[in-house]
Design a protein around this ligand. Structure first.
Ligand code: CAA
Length: 258
C-alpha cells in the first residue's frame, strides 16, 4: 500500500483503521483523498488478514464535504468529462464491512462518505447535513439517494432543501446512525464492533453485506447515476460560482437564480 498524504492508515489485529487527515480543511474530500481512500479500501478488501474497516476523522470533523475550493472553478464540461465523483463508486464496491466513526462535522460529501459505510457510529458532537443547497448545488456522492433511503423522504427533503444540520440524537432517532457514544469512547467502541465483526466468518459477513445492499441497490445505482449527471449540469449555473466564491470569501451568497 502506497503512503497516503490525506489519510493515516493502520491495522489493529484484523481491523483496518483509516483516519481522514486534512486538518487544515476539516478533512474536505478532494480528488486525492478519494483516490487514496479507494486505494486503501481496495488493498484491505484483498487482504485475507483484515475482516473489517473503520473510517474516521478528527474530533472536530469527520469531513466537512467535498473540497469546495477544488470545485469552485470547474465548469459543467470539466466535471462531465472527468465524470467527477465517479471514483467514489470504487469505495462502495468494497465487499468487507465498513464502519464510519463520526465525530463533529459530517457535511455534504462527509455525510455521503459516512453513508457509503455499512454502519455509522457517532459521537455526541456529530453533526450531519447536506448543505449543498446553500452553495447553489445538489449532492453528488449519493446523498439524495442514500439519505432518503436512510431517514425517509419528508425528513430527507427538509434537510436537502434547507441545508440544515442534524445532531447526533436526531440522527440516531431517524435511523441514520446505529449508536451514539461520548466523544472519548467513539473510536474505541467502533473498533470493538469492528473486532467482533472481523472475528466472524469472513465469507458470511461479505455475503451478508452483499445481500443487505441488494435490497435497494438496483434502484440506488440508477439514482446515483442520475444524481451525478444533475450534479455535473449544475456547474453550468451562475449560482454555483457565486455560492462557492461566497464560501471561500467568507460572505453571504447573492443568488441570481441563473
Ligand atoms: N471544502 C474546502 N474547504 C473547506 C471545506 C470544504 N467543504 N469546509 C471547510 N473548509 C476549510 C475552510 O475554507 C477553512 O479554510 P481556511 O482556514 O483556509 O479559511 C478551514 O477549512 C476551516 O473551516 P472554517 O473556518 O469554515 O471552520 P468553522 O469551524 O468556522 O466552520 C463549517 C465549520 C461549518 C463546517 C464550515 O467550514 C462549512 O460550512 N464548511 C462547508 C460545508 C459544506 O458546504 N459542505 C458541502 C460541500 S459540497 C459537497 O460536499 C458536494 C457533494 O455532494 C459531494
Amino acid at each position: 500500500l502506497n503512503q497516503a498524504e490525506t489519510l493515516l492508515i493502520e491495522t489493529r489485529g484484523r481491523v483496518a483503521l483509516i483516519t481522514l487527515n486534512r486538518p487544515g480543511a476539516l478533512n474536505a474530500l478532494n480528488r486525492q483523498a478519494m483516490q487514496e481512500l479507494a486505494e486503501a479500501t481496495r488493498h484491505f478488501d484483498r487482504d485475507p488478514n483484515i475482516g473489517c474497516i473503520v473510517i474516521t476523522g478528527s474530533e472536530k470533523a469527520f469531513a466537512a464535504g467535498a473540497d469546495i475550493k477544488e470545485m469552485q472553478h470547474q465548469s459543467f464540461m470539466d466535471v462531465y468529462l472527468a465524470d467527477w465523483f465517479s471514483g467514489w463508486e470504487e469505495l462502495t464496491r468494497t465487499r468487507k464491512p465498513m464502519i464510519a466513526a463520526v465525530s463533529g462535522y459530517a457535511l455534504g460529501g462527509g455525510c455521503e462518505l459516512a453513508m457509503m459505510c455499512d454502519i455509522i457510529y457517532a459521537s455526541e458532537t456529530a453533526k450531519f447535513g447536506q448543505p449543498e443547497i446553500k452553495l447553489g448545488v445538489i449532492p453528488g456522492m449519493g446523498g439524495t439517494q442514500r439519505l432518503t433511503l436512510a431517514i425517509g423522504k419528508s425528513k430527507a427533503m427538509e434537510m436537502f432543501l434547507t441545508g440544515r444540520v442534524m445532531d447526533a440524537a436526531e440522527a440516531e432517532r431517524s435511523g441514520l446512525v446505529a449508536k451514539v457514544f461520548p466523544v472519548d469512547r467513539l473510536l474505541e467502541e467502533a473498533l470493538k464492533t469492528a473486532e467482533t465483526i472481523a472475528a466472524m466468518s469472513m465469507p458470511a459477513t461479505m455475503m451478508m453485506k452483499e445481500a443487505v445492499n441488494r435490497s435497494f441497490e438496483v434502484c440506488l445505482a440508477e439514482g446515483i447515476r442520475f444524481e451525478r449527471r444533475a450534479f455535473h449540469s449544475i456547474f453550468a449555473t451562475q449560482d454555483k460560482a457565486e455560492g462557492m466564491s461566497a464560501f471561500v470569501e467568507k460572505r453571504t451568497p447573492n443568488f441570481s437564480n441563473s
